[in-house]
Write a protein that binds this ligand. Structure first.
Ligand code: BES
Ligand code: MN
Ligand code: ZN
Length: 504
């Protein structure tokens, strides 16, 4: 999608449709909406006066201007109550309008920067949210659709039209960032939505490598031999039941100071989770193709970090494997020794995510991270705890947890902190090894986090359990069904708000 910015009176803009907005309860529209209403002899006020349009959040009305303005259509979108107005609502409104327009066959759209005028938001942030909403809302995953009977309308271009030339720079900057961040989210969505047969560890690594080549990131892929020689026994153990060899992906963005203590992002990349010998029920097993949602978020975030050329040195690590019940597979009761030397009793081969993360998190220590954040579709228990509305957040550092929660608020990717207490750590001790890989049913998301924490060597660490948020089974305006790319926007927002930590 082409995105551009123009300083112009939107009433004079020739295009397929323009998008204007209205807060709920406003009876006399102002700003651009008021100006266009005047040009249309009060047609917008008619919509309000008849009660046909109230400005309710995401409500949409379409008017046909008959020459009153230069555009062929006017889409009026409701911003909802002024006191409930947020950046995330801008994103959703922009998404809803773009999707509606595409449904009408609109190819070129012009829009005002919702919230950048009377809405009182920072103009650059608002422009970013408008662009993110439009790209995220019109995203489709179509590589396996032959086309014929599907909805093939394409929205080709969006112009942000602003009357006040003083805002041009801010709108340009916000819009550039919005495009980069939304496209990175779409990459993560694509990776998450591909089925297991088309997204093996080797294919995932190949996608990371080509992304790195295009963006100038440093990239190293460990094959099964290198994984063995690095001593990443937990990754080997999970992979040994599959015909697909594992991969460990290392991405690096230098930032302003290649010696600085980096932020390290770590993704669970289980390209299909059958459960292994502790095999899952067949009901719904197909959706375990998105068990690499954490990896997708890390790869997407690294693409955005590179394209935005953020000053922060950032490392992305992905542990990629299948979890299958082949004849060489890991078995319940097996005991393995992790890279750090801690021994693990396997109670369930279906608790494989924490296993691959154990060695990935241990590997992160060599970077002396200023912070390490892992993202994983780790536990069904987290879905029971928080539903699909929020990711679980766990951390050994209150400052880092607060920064992540704040980034979640700003991006609408809510992260809700849960505690890790001594009792939870106790729960993960084994009678025969240092640790076991499952606790009881109680507090299952937390005991999963407690297990990973045991491999964190004295650096600020956070774990995001995205089991409930990495896949959407129902459409939201800016999150269509399928892989959501959750985590990309949160991570990038976090890193954009972070100064480079001083080097060692
Ligand atoms: N990938 C699953 C968790 C999951 C469940 C993600 C539902 C997304 C939606 C994970 O590997 C798993 O199987 N976890 C087990 C852990 C248990 C054996 C301790 C679970 O949640 O049942
Ligand atoms: Mn599992
Ligand atoms: Zn899993």
């Amino acid at each position: 999608m082409d995105i551009s910015v123009a300083i112009e009176n939107i009433a004079a803009w020739e295009t397929d449709a323009i998008v204007l907005n209205l807060f709920e309860g406003v009876t006399v529209p102002g700003g651009a909406t008021g100006a266009v209403d005047a040009a249309l002899n009060g047609q917008v006020r008619d919509l309000i006066d008849t009660g046909d349009f109230t400005g309710k959040f995401k409500q949409i009305a379409v008017l046909y201007p008959r020459g009153g303005i230069s555009a062929k259509r006017l889409l009026l979108v409701g911003l909802g109550k002024r006191e409930e107005f947020t950046l995330d609502r801008v994103r959703q409104v922009s998404a809803a309008a773009a999707r509606h327009a595409r449904g009408l066959g609109v190819e070129q759209l012009a829009t005002v920067v919702h919230g950048g005028g009377v809405g009182g938001l920072d103009v650059s942030d608002a422009a970013q949210a408008v662009v993110e909403g439009a790209i995220l809302g019109t995203y489709r995953f179509t590589p396996y659709k032959s086309g014929e009977d599907d909805d093939n309308n394409e929205l080709e271009g969006i112009t942000l039209v602003e009357f006040d030339a003083a805002k041009e720079n801010d709108i340009e900057n916000g819009s550039d960032a919005g495009r980069i961040i939304a496209e990175a989210t779409c990459l993560a969505r694509d990776l998450g939505s591909h089925p297991g047969n088309e997204m093996t560890p080797a294919i995932l690594a190949g996608r990371a490598e080509s992304m790195a080549r295009e963006t100038g990131l440093r990239c190293e892929i460990f094959d099964e031999g290198r994984i063995a020689s690095e001593g990443m026994r937990t990754i080997q153990a999970v992979a040994q039941g599959s015909a697909q060899p594992p991969r460990f992906i290392v991405l690096e963005h230098e930032g302003d100071d290649p010696e600085a203590a980096p932020a390290v992002l770590i993704g669970k990349g289980i390209t299909f989770d059958s459960g292994g010998i502790s095999i899952k029920g067949s009901e719904g097993m197909w959706d375990m193709k998105f068990d690499m949602g954490g990896a997708a978020a890390v790869i997407g975030a690294m693409q955005a970090v590179a394209r935005l050329d953020l000053p922060v040195r950032t490392i992305g690590l992905v542990a990629a494997s299948e979890n299958m019940p082949g004849s060489r597979a890991l078995k319940p009761g097996d005991i393995i020794r992790s890279m750090l030397g801690k021994t693990i009793e396997i109670r369930s081969t279906d608790a494989e995510g924490r296993l691959v993360l154990a060695d990935a998190v241990a590997y992160a220590a060599r970077y002396n991270p200023s912070a390490a954040i892992d993202l994983a579709t780790l536990s069904g228990a987290c879905v029971i705890a928080l539903g699909h509305e929020a990711s679980g957040l766990f951390s050994n550092d209150d400052g880092l947890a607060a920064e992540i929660a704040a980034a979640g608020e700003r991006t609408g990717e809510i992260a809700w902190r849960l505690p890790v207490l001594d009792g939870h750590r106790e729960e993960m001790k084994s009678d025969v090894a240092d640790l076991k890989n499952t606790g009881g049913r109680a507090g299952g998301a937390i005991t999963g986090a407690a297990f990973i924490e045991a491999f964190v060597q004295d650096f600020p660490w956070a774990h995001l359990d995205i089991a409930g948020t990495a896949w959407a089974s129902k459409d939201l305006p800016h999150v269509p069904k399928g892989g959501t790319g959750v985590g990309v926007r949160l991570l990038v927002d976090l890193l954009r708000n972070k100064e480079n930590a001083p080097g060692p």
